[in-house]
Write a protein that binds this ligand. Structure first.
Ligand code: SF4
Length: 81
């Protein structure tokens, strides 16, 4: 059993700030510009294939580790649909 909550593609983490491989959308928008998908539950990283095996990627963004934080309101909303 994984020690992490499963990722449900909420997009929340990447909307808060880019990981070390990402980039902010603009000076006024800190969401990563490589976050794909338009709806919560369908988001994905457009750089996944490029960065999945890079050193440090296992820690951040830690694909698949999910964000079980109860500070993620989008995750809570998706799980309670
Ligand atoms: S995982 Fe991908 S979408 Fe998310 S912050 Fe990193 S580069 Fe951007």
């Amino acid at each position: 059993m994984s020690k992490f909550a499963p990722c449900i593609r909420s997009g929340w983490c990447c909307q808060q700030a880019p990981c070390p491989f990402g980039e902010a959308t603009s000076v006024d928008n800190n969401a990563c510009k490589f976050l794909g998908g338009v709806e919560a539950g369908q988001h994905y990283c457009m750089k996944y294939d490029e960065i999945k095996n890079k050193i440090g990627a296992d820690i951040s963004p830690a694909f698949g580790a999910g964000c079980g934080s109860n500070l993620n309101p989008i995750r809570i909303k998706l799980l309670n649909k």
